[in-house]
Design a protein around this ligand. Sequence first.
Ligand code: BJW
Length: 246
Amino acid sequence: MSDISDVRQWLSQATNVVALTGAGISAESGVPTFRDSQTGIWAKFDPMELATEEAFRAHPQRVWQWYASRRDMVGRVEPNAGHLALSCFAEQNPGKLTVVTQNVDGLHQRAGQKGVIALHGSLMVDTWLNPAKECCNPDHLTAEEPPACPACGNMRRPGVVWFGENLPRRALERAQQLAEQCDLMLVIGTSGVVYPAAGLARMAANAGASVVVINPESSALDDLAVSCFRGASAIVLPELLALQSS
Ligand code: BJW
Protein backbone atom coordinates (compact mmCIF):
# COMPACT_ATOMS: atom_id res chain seq x y z
CA MET A 1 0.00 0.00 0.00
CA SER A 2 1.17 3.49 -0.82
CA ASP A 3 1.13 6.37 1.63
CA ILE A 4 0.18 10.02 1.50
CA SER A 5 3.50 11.18 0.05
CA ASP A 6 3.20 8.67 -2.83
CA VAL A 7 -0.29 9.91 -3.64
CA ARG A 8 0.85 13.52 -3.49
CA GLN A 9 3.61 12.68 -5.94
CA TRP A 10 1.16 10.97 -8.32
CA LEU A 11 -1.09 14.00 -8.04
CA SER A 12 1.69 16.34 -9.01
CA GLN A 13 2.87 14.11 -11.90
CA ALA A 14 -0.58 13.19 -13.26
CA THR A 15 -2.02 14.83 -16.34
CA ASN A 16 -5.60 13.69 -15.82
CA VAL A 17 -7.13 13.07 -12.42
CA VAL A 18 -10.74 12.01 -11.84
CA ALA A 19 -12.47 12.35 -8.48
CA LEU A 20 -15.39 9.91 -8.42
CA THR A 21 -17.53 10.98 -5.50
CA GLY A 22 -20.49 9.60 -3.58
CA ALA A 23 -22.72 10.54 -0.68
CA GLY A 24 -19.91 10.25 1.90
CA ILE A 25 -18.24 13.43 0.69
CA SER A 26 -21.32 15.37 1.82
CA ALA A 27 -21.58 13.62 5.20
CA GLU A 28 -19.69 16.38 7.04
CA SER A 29 -22.08 18.91 5.52
CA GLY A 30 -24.91 17.09 7.29
CA VAL A 31 -26.38 15.26 4.28
CA PRO A 32 -27.16 11.64 5.19
CA THR A 33 -25.61 8.89 3.08
CA PHE A 34 -27.85 6.18 1.58
CA ARG A 35 -26.59 2.90 3.00
CA ASP A 36 -25.32 3.65 6.50
CA SER A 37 -27.08 1.03 8.64
CA GLN A 38 -28.16 3.60 11.29
CA THR A 39 -28.38 7.04 9.68
CA GLY A 40 -28.58 6.17 5.97
CA ILE A 41 -31.59 7.20 3.89
CA TRP A 42 -32.27 3.57 2.94
CA ALA A 43 -32.21 2.54 6.63
CA LYS A 44 -35.49 4.42 7.05
CA PHE A 45 -37.01 4.29 3.56
CA ASP A 46 -37.31 1.52 1.01
CA PRO A 47 -35.62 2.67 -2.22
CA MET A 48 -38.12 0.68 -4.29
CA GLU A 49 -40.96 2.72 -2.73
CA LEU A 50 -39.34 6.09 -3.39
CA ALA A 51 -36.56 5.99 -5.96
CA THR A 52 -38.19 4.33 -8.95
CA GLU A 53 -40.50 5.59 -11.67
CA GLU A 54 -43.04 2.93 -10.67
CA ALA A 55 -43.09 4.30 -7.11
CA PHE A 56 -43.62 7.84 -8.37
CA ARG A 57 -46.48 6.80 -10.66
CA ALA A 58 -48.11 4.83 -7.84
CA HIS A 59 -47.71 7.51 -5.13
CA PRO A 60 -46.74 10.80 -6.80
CA GLN A 61 -47.59 13.02 -3.85
CA ARG A 62 -45.68 10.93 -1.31
CA VAL A 63 -42.57 10.73 -3.50
CA TRP A 64 -42.74 14.43 -4.45
CA GLN A 65 -42.99 15.50 -0.81
CA TRP A 66 -40.11 13.27 0.21
CA TYR A 67 -37.88 14.85 -2.44
CA ALA A 68 -39.14 18.33 -1.51
CA SER A 69 -38.05 17.76 2.09
CA ARG A 70 -34.61 16.58 0.98
CA ARG A 71 -34.31 19.59 -1.32
CA ASP A 72 -35.12 21.88 1.62
CA MET A 73 -32.52 20.18 3.79
CA VAL A 74 -29.80 20.39 1.13
CA GLY A 75 -30.61 24.08 0.62
CA ARG A 76 -29.78 24.68 4.27
CA VAL A 77 -26.33 23.02 4.34
CA GLU A 78 -22.96 24.17 3.04
CA PRO A 79 -20.10 22.53 1.13
CA ASN A 80 -17.45 21.18 3.51
CA ALA A 81 -13.66 21.10 3.54
CA GLY A 82 -13.62 18.07 1.21
CA HIS A 83 -15.63 19.80 -1.54
CA LEU A 84 -13.53 22.92 -1.09
CA ALA A 85 -10.20 21.06 -1.25
CA LEU A 86 -11.20 19.58 -4.62
CA SER A 87 -12.33 22.90 -6.09
CA CYS A 88 -9.23 24.65 -4.80
CA PHE A 89 -6.98 21.96 -6.31
CA ALA A 90 -8.79 22.29 -9.65
CA GLU A 91 -8.36 26.04 -9.61
CA GLN A 92 -4.64 25.78 -8.81
CA ASN A 93 -4.08 23.06 -11.44
CA PRO A 94 -6.19 24.08 -14.45
CA GLY A 95 -7.38 21.19 -16.63
CA LYS A 96 -6.01 18.47 -14.36
CA LEU A 97 -8.97 17.37 -12.24
CA THR A 98 -12.56 16.48 -13.16
CA VAL A 99 -15.18 15.66 -10.57
CA VAL A 100 -17.58 12.90 -11.58
CA THR A 101 -20.25 12.69 -8.92
CA GLN A 102 -23.13 10.40 -8.10
CA ASN A 103 -24.46 13.09 -5.77
CA VAL A 104 -27.57 15.08 -6.52
CA ASP A 105 -27.03 17.71 -3.80
CA GLY A 106 -25.12 20.30 -5.89
CA LEU A 107 -22.51 20.85 -3.17
CA HIS A 108 -19.51 20.42 -5.50
CA GLN A 109 -20.94 23.12 -7.76
CA ARG A 110 -21.66 25.36 -4.77
CA ALA A 111 -18.03 24.89 -3.67
CA GLY A 112 -17.00 26.47 -6.98
CA GLN A 113 -16.10 23.26 -8.80
CA LYS A 114 -16.32 23.83 -12.56
CA GLY A 115 -17.37 21.20 -15.10
CA VAL A 116 -18.83 18.70 -12.60
CA ILE A 117 -20.22 15.59 -14.30
CA ALA A 118 -23.40 14.73 -12.42
CA LEU A 119 -24.24 11.10 -13.19
CA HIS A 120 -27.46 10.89 -11.18
CA GLY A 121 -28.94 14.29 -12.04
CA SER A 122 -29.93 16.98 -9.58
CA LEU A 123 -32.26 17.34 -6.63
CA MET A 124 -32.65 21.02 -7.44
CA VAL A 125 -34.27 20.73 -10.87
CA ASP A 126 -37.50 19.14 -12.04
CA THR A 127 -38.31 17.49 -15.34
CA TRP A 128 -41.46 16.15 -16.98
CA LEU A 129 -42.54 12.63 -16.11
CA ASN A 130 -43.73 11.91 -19.66
CA PRO A 131 -42.29 13.48 -22.81
CA ALA A 132 -43.41 17.13 -22.91
CA LYS A 133 -46.19 18.03 -25.34
CA GLU A 134 -46.78 21.46 -26.80
CA CYS A 135 -49.10 22.35 -23.93
CA CYS A 136 -46.46 21.49 -21.28
CA ASN A 137 -44.99 24.74 -19.99
CA PRO A 138 -43.01 24.75 -16.72
CA ASP A 139 -44.14 28.34 -16.10
CA HIS A 140 -47.79 27.32 -16.13
CA LEU A 141 -48.45 24.51 -13.70
CA THR A 142 -51.23 23.42 -11.38
CA ALA A 143 -50.80 24.19 -7.67
CA GLU A 144 -50.89 20.49 -6.75
CA GLU A 145 -48.05 18.35 -5.43
CA PRO A 146 -46.54 17.36 -7.77
CA PRO A 147 -47.37 20.27 -10.03
CA ALA A 148 -48.75 19.24 -13.42
CA CYS A 149 -49.58 20.64 -16.83
CA PRO A 150 -53.15 21.99 -16.49
CA ALA A 151 -53.97 20.88 -20.04
CA CYS A 152 -52.75 17.29 -20.21
CA GLY A 153 -51.93 16.40 -16.58
CA ASN A 154 -48.27 15.56 -17.28
CA MET A 155 -46.55 15.77 -13.88
CA ARG A 156 -43.28 17.36 -12.88
CA ARG A 157 -40.81 14.97 -11.22
CA PRO A 158 -37.44 15.34 -9.49
CA GLY A 159 -34.55 15.57 -11.97
CA VAL A 160 -32.68 12.64 -10.44
CA VAL A 161 -31.87 9.20 -11.87
CA TRP A 162 -33.96 6.49 -10.27
CA PHE A 163 -33.19 2.77 -10.23
CA GLY A 164 -33.79 1.18 -13.60
CA GLU A 165 -33.41 4.49 -15.44
CA ASN A 166 -30.61 5.32 -17.83
CA LEU A 167 -28.01 7.83 -16.74
CA PRO A 168 -27.78 11.04 -18.82
CA ARG A 169 -26.08 9.72 -21.96
CA ARG A 170 -23.54 12.50 -22.56
CA ALA A 171 -22.52 12.64 -18.89
CA LEU A 172 -21.95 8.89 -18.78
CA GLU A 173 -20.04 8.83 -22.07
CA ARG A 174 -17.78 11.69 -20.94
CA ALA A 175 -17.20 10.02 -17.57
CA GLN A 176 -16.29 6.73 -19.27
CA GLN A 177 -13.89 8.54 -21.58
CA LEU A 178 -12.24 10.26 -18.62
CA ALA A 179 -12.04 7.00 -16.66
CA GLU A 180 -10.24 5.34 -19.55
CA GLN A 181 -7.80 8.23 -19.97
CA CYS A 182 -6.97 9.24 -16.40
CA ASP A 183 -3.68 8.51 -14.65
CA LEU A 184 -5.21 8.68 -11.21
CA MET A 185 -8.73 8.20 -9.87
CA LEU A 186 -9.71 9.26 -6.36
CA VAL A 187 -12.77 7.25 -5.27
CA ILE A 188 -14.30 9.28 -2.48
CA GLY A 189 -17.18 8.47 -0.13
CA THR A 190 -18.98 5.85 -2.15
CA SER A 191 -19.98 2.30 -1.24
CA GLY A 192 -19.27 1.41 -4.89
CA VAL A 193 -22.32 -0.81 -5.27
CA VAL A 194 -24.37 1.21 -7.76
CA TYR A 195 -23.68 0.69 -11.46
CA PRO A 196 -22.76 1.96 -13.96
CA ALA A 197 -21.08 4.60 -11.72
CA ALA A 198 -19.01 2.03 -9.81
CA GLY A 199 -17.89 0.53 -13.12
CA LEU A 200 -15.94 3.73 -13.82
CA ALA A 201 -13.40 2.82 -11.14
CA ARG A 202 -13.03 -0.67 -12.63
CA MET A 203 -12.61 0.88 -16.06
CA ALA A 204 -9.89 3.24 -14.78
CA ALA A 205 -8.00 0.44 -13.02
CA ASN A 206 -8.20 -1.81 -16.10
CA ALA A 207 -6.84 1.01 -18.24
CA GLY A 208 -3.81 1.34 -15.93
CA ALA A 209 -4.78 4.25 -13.67
CA SER A 210 -3.88 4.25 -9.98
CA VAL A 211 -7.08 4.07 -7.94
CA VAL A 212 -7.04 5.62 -4.47
CA VAL A 213 -10.02 5.08 -2.14
CA ILE A 214 -10.94 7.61 0.55
CA ASN A 215 -13.57 6.22 2.90
CA PRO A 216 -13.79 5.64 6.67
CA GLU A 217 -15.28 2.17 5.96
CA SER A 218 -14.46 -0.58 3.52
CA SER A 219 -16.11 -0.32 0.11
CA ALA A 220 -16.85 -2.63 -2.81
CA LEU A 221 -14.07 -0.92 -4.78
CA ASP A 222 -11.23 -1.45 -2.28
CA ASP A 223 -9.90 -4.42 -4.25
CA LEU A 224 -8.94 -2.03 -7.08
CA ALA A 225 -7.09 0.43 -4.87
CA VAL A 226 -3.36 0.91 -4.67
CA SER A 227 -4.08 2.88 -1.52
CA CYS A 228 -7.04 3.22 0.87
CA PHE A 229 -7.28 6.17 3.25
CA ARG A 230 -9.61 5.23 6.07
CA GLY A 231 -10.91 8.60 7.14
CA ALA A 232 -13.54 11.24 6.54
CA SER A 233 -13.03 13.00 3.22
CA ALA A 234 -13.35 16.41 4.89
CA ILE A 235 -10.17 15.55 6.82
CA VAL A 236 -8.25 13.44 4.28
CA LEU A 237 -8.78 15.55 1.14
CA PRO A 238 -7.39 18.84 2.47
CA GLU A 239 -4.30 16.94 3.67
CA LEU A 240 -3.85 15.06 0.40
CA LEU A 241 -4.47 17.98 -1.92
CA ALA A 242 -2.82 20.75 0.09
CA LEU A 243 -0.17 22.83 -1.61
CA GLN A 244 -0.44 20.94 -4.89
CA SER A 245 0.39 23.04 -7.88
CA SER A 246 1.33 22.19 -11.46
C1 BJW B 1 -17.78 8.65 4.01
C2 BJW B 1 -18.01 9.49 5.08
C3 BJW B 1 -17.16 10.56 5.17
C4 BJW B 1 -19.48 7.99 5.22
N1 BJW B 1 -16.18 10.73 4.28
N2 BJW B 1 -16.82 8.84 3.13
C5 BJW B 1 -24.83 -4.13 -12.73
C6 BJW B 1 -24.87 -5.04 -11.68
C7 BJW B 1 -25.90 -5.00 -10.75
C8 BJW B 1 -26.95 -4.09 -10.86
C9 BJW B 1 -26.91 -3.20 -11.91
C10 BJW B 1 -25.87 -3.23 -12.81
N3 BJW B 1 -26.09 -2.23 -13.71
C11 BJW B 1 -27.22 -1.59 -13.37
C12 BJW B 1 -27.75 -2.16 -12.28
C13 BJW B 1 -29.02 -1.75 -11.61
C14 BJW B 1 -28.84 -0.58 -10.68
C15 BJW B 1 -27.83 -0.92 -9.61
O1 BJW B 1 -26.68 -0.56 -9.65
N4 BJW B 1 -28.29 -1.63 -8.60
C16 BJW B 1 -27.42 -2.07 -7.50
C17 BJW B 1 -27.75 -1.26 -6.24
C18 BJW B 1 -27.64 -3.52 -7.30
N5 BJW B 1 -28.46 0.60 -11.40
C19 BJW B 1 -29.38 1.38 -11.99
O2 BJW B 1 -30.58 1.11 -11.96
C20 BJW B 1 -28.89 2.62 -12.71
N6 BJW B 1 -29.42 2.64 -14.02
C21 BJW B 1 -29.00 1.82 -14.97
O3 BJW B 1 -28.10 1.06 -14.80
O4 BJW B 1 -29.71 1.96 -16.16
C22 BJW B 1 -29.49 0.96 -17.16
C23 BJW B 1 -30.32 -0.24 -16.79
C24 BJW B 1 -31.70 -0.11 -16.75
C25 BJW B 1 -32.48 -1.22 -16.40
C26 BJW B 1 -31.87 -2.43 -16.07
C27 BJW B 1 -30.48 -2.53 -16.07
C28 BJW B 1 -29.70 -1.42 -16.46
C29 BJW B 1 -29.41 3.87 -12.04
C30 BJW B 1 -28.85 4.06 -10.67
C31 BJW B 1 -29.51 5.27 -10.02
C32 BJW B 1 -29.09 5.43 -8.57
N7 BJW B 1 -29.93 6.38 -7.95
C33 BJW B 1 -29.69 6.75 -6.56
C34 BJW B 1 -30.82 7.67 -6.08
C35 BJW B 1 -30.69 9.06 -6.71
C36 BJW B 1 -31.87 9.90 -6.37
C37 BJW B 1 -31.97 10.22 -4.91
O5 BJW B 1 -31.07 10.84 -4.34
O6 BJW B 1 -32.98 9.85 -4.31
O7 BJW B 1 -28.41 7.39 -6.48
S1 BJW B 1 -29.54 5.35 -5.47
C38 BJW B 1 -28.28 6.07 -4.47
O8 BJW B 1 -27.09 5.25 -4.59
C39 BJW B 1 -27.95 7.43 -5.11
C40 BJW B 1 -26.45 7.44 -5.05
O9 BJW B 1 -25.92 8.33 -5.99
C41 BJW B 1 -26.09 5.99 -5.30
C42 BJW B 1 -24.72 5.61 -4.81
O10 BJW B 1 -24.65 5.68 -3.42
P1 BJW B 1 -23.32 6.22 -2.71
O11 BJW B 1 -23.08 7.61 -3.10
O12 BJW B 1 -22.22 5.27 -2.92
O13 BJW B 1 -23.81 6.27 -1.17
P2 BJW B 1 -23.76 5.09 -0.09
O14 BJW B 1 -24.65 5.49 1.02
O15 BJW B 1 -24.00 3.76 -0.71
O16 BJW B 1 -22.25 5.09 0.40
C43 BJW B 1 -21.73 6.17 1.14
C44 BJW B 1 -20.27 5.87 1.43
O17 BJW B 1 -19.72 7.00 2.09
C45 BJW B 1 -20.08 4.66 2.36
O18 BJW B 1 -19.09 3.80 1.79
C46 BJW B 1 -19.54 5.28 3.64
O19 BJW B 1 -18.62 4.46 4.34
C47 BJW B 1 -18.87 6.54 3.13
N8 BJW B 1 -18.78 7.61 4.10
N9 BJW B 1 -19.10 8.98 5.80
C48 BJW B 1 -16.06 9.81 3.26
N10 BJW B 1 -17.30 11.42 6.20
